[in-house]
Ligand binder design. Structure first.
Ligand code: ZN
Length: 183
């Protein structure tokens, strides 16, 4: 089978993880061997499952770095599909890992934020978007005006780029309603 790299990106609450899980479930129903990963940092809803804000779950393996994914995949005779959630939290090696797996015939589906709370491209995601075969941008609904939301508004003051949170920390905003300042 021909491998490929698929990226699902957008702001928070846009349904990125739900779309990732939808694709992984379909592959599972089709009899494919599917392995899913997430960064060990993200334990908001579940220690081991990929979990969407809406509560949809898919079993996954938490890993500390992108190269650990290769070690896990290597334990199986054949893996058809690899899913990676919250890809913005991974180290830059995740691009090389995705391309290596795709070169071996694996369908790699990655989901994550394209922009951080300051509106800057997030970690390895811009490079992934460039090397991907298929990119899907998904939008949420702006909590101020109801327009399509492409950005994540941080609601509390905090200096760090990575602030793992959910509804009390961030909300979806359109370009017009979004600000790099909190609140
Ligand atoms: Zn708006």
């Amino acid at each position: 089978m021909q491998g490929r790299v698929e990226v699902i990106c957008g702001g928070m609450f846009a349904g990125k993880t739900e779309e990732l899980i939808r694709r992984l479930r379909r592959a599972t129903f089709a009899g494919k061997k599917v392995l899913a990963f997430k960064p060990a940092i993200d334990t908001r809803y579940s220690e081991t499952d990929i979990a969407s804000h809406a509560g949809v779950l898919f079993p996954s393996i938490p890993v500390k770095c992108a190269d650990d994914i290769l070690g896990h995949v290597g334990q199986y005779e054949q893996v058809d599909v690899v899913g990676i959630d919250e890809v913005q939290f991974f180290d830059p090696r995740v691009c090389a890992v995705a391309e290596l797996l795709a070169g071996r015939g694996v369908r790699v589906v990655l989901a994550g934020l394209d922009l951080d709370y300051l509106g800057e491209p997030f970690g390895p995601v811009p490079r992934l978007l460039a090397v991907a075969d298929i990119v899907s941008k998904v939008t949420a609904v702006c909590m101020k005006c109801g327009a399509d939301a492409t950005r994540s508004q941080r609601l509390i003051a905090a200096p760090e780029q990575v602030l793992v949170g959910a509804k009390d920390t961030y909300e979806a905003r359109c370009r017009g309603c979004w600000s790099p300042h909190h609140g």
